[in-house]
Design a binder for this molecule. Structure first.
Ligand code: SF4
Length: 388
């Protein structure tokens, strides 16, 4: 009897965990991540994380999914550095006891450069945090104010000094471009600042107008107040150029790194392997199922499973998602890697041929590998849509 092919995610070990911390000191004008600014109850949040974990663990046991010592643990948000030090420590110790940590675990904390977070950062490093994603966005204080950040460039420098004083070097910074009134010179100055500070990993994003944000209301009807698409593209290319010139390796549409300090947590997302996400609005993907938690602390606390949404990712969809996600990465789509993962002959010959004809991808015939072309970088969405 021929064994039926299934989404390989079902049998992969689960070894990556994301915790969503849904609190911020202030909402930034462009931000659509789920977070609240009023009356945080951190003890209740901690008990919610533990409750969701207990329910998740029962599901994992019932379905015989493989749980392995964590290779990555990521605190995102929101503002994880807002957590009181003892709550952060408690969560880390809890999961070390419950799941265990791989000796090489990458443990990331997103940090906003606000003085209130300093104690939490030090406590986090003492408890095993070995990678920090530090909010930067831009070097110019006027731009930071315009987008609603409460930190200034000086606060960023102070937090960076504190992190390095505690001997943590694996630091990532977010840089934003195509902001209102931001010029190409501003963007390049921000990039140069990160280069001069020897930040080993940078993620750079252009402003996206998300519905239900103050920025959407303000700029959707007046796009002339934002850099044009041509200017936005120029900023992107100049960023790639300046980072590559300074020994950074472009490895994903929005990410560059040097000294091999790639984000292992994000790379796992782009591999279609399992991850758990705990906390309101967090997403999980394991046992071939995607779980999306509700964007409400109260409803999540009430029942983090009943109040979540579920989607089954069958083999067909898993293969399509895989193709979309590998094209995000500089390594591109390798026929051999695809066939090893899915144990199926590459079913995308027609799609790949069509994308080559449209000059959106190029083929390396020796390696039988496909990458985004320069045009494909501009129209990456068209490439992804080909696999939908
Ligand atoms: S600090 Fe981060 S998560 Fe909070 S509102 Fe600003 S961008 Fe969003």
């Amino acid at each position: 009897m021929v064994k039926q092919k299934i989404n390989p995610n079902i049998n992969d070990p689960i070894e990556n965990l994301y915790i969503h911390v849904p609190y911020c000191h202030q909402k930034c004008g462009y931000c659509d991540y789920y977070s609240v600014v009023k009356s945080p109850d951190y003890d209740l949040f901690l008990s919610g994380i533990k409750k969701e974990w207990e329910m998740t663990k029962s599901y994992i046991q019932k379905h015989n999914n493989r749980l392995a010592p964590l290779k990555t643990l990521y605190f995102g948000g929101g503002t994880p550095s807002i957590l009181p030090p003892k709550i952060l420590k408690n969560i880390i110790v809890f999961f070390e006891q419950e799941i265990g940590f791989d000796p090489q675990i990458e443990m990331t904390l997103e940090v906003n450069p606000e003085p209130q977070g300093q104690e939490t950062v030090v406590a986090g490093i003492e408890s095993g945090i070995n990678r920090i994603s530090l909010g930067f966005q831009a070097q110019q204080d006027e731009l930071l104010k315009k987008i609603g950040r409460i930190h200034l460039f000086q606060d960023f420098l102070e937090m960076l000094t504190l992190i390095r004083k505690n001997r943590l070097e694996n630091i990532s910074c977010d840089l934003m471009f195509a902001l209102p009134d931001q010029t190409l010179a501003d963007v390049l100055k921000s990039a140069q600042t990160l280069i001069d500070l020897d930040i080993p990993h940078v993620s750079f994003y252009s402003l996206d107008l998300e519905e239900n944000t103050p920025f959407y209301k303000k700029y959707h009807q007046s796009p002339e107040l934002l850099p044009s698409t041509a200017e936005e593209r120029e900023m992107y290319y100049q960023l790639l150029k300046i980072f590559e010139k300074n020994t950074y390796h472009y490895y994903e549409l929005s990410s560059v790194a040097k000294n091999n300090l790639y984000s292992r947590h994000n790379t796992n997302y782009w591999s279609t392997r399992p991850y758990l996400g705990l906390g309101p609005s967090a997403h999980s993907y394991f046992n071939g199922i995607r779980k999306g938690n509700i964007r409400s602390i109260k409803a999540w606390l009430d029942d983090p499973w009943q109040n979540a949404e579920f989607e089954t990712i069958d083999l067909e969809l898993a293969m399509r998602e895989y193709a979309m996600l590998v094209f995000r990465q500089a390594k591109g789509f390798s026929v051999k890697e695809f066939e090893n993962r899915f144990r199926i002959k590459n079913p995308f010959e027609l799609e790949l041929e069509s994308l080559i004809k449209q000059k959106l991808i190029i083929q390396d015939q020796t390696e039988n590998r496909y990458y985004l072309s320069k045009q494909g970088l501009d129209f990456a969405n068209l490439v992804f849509m080909e696999f939908l």
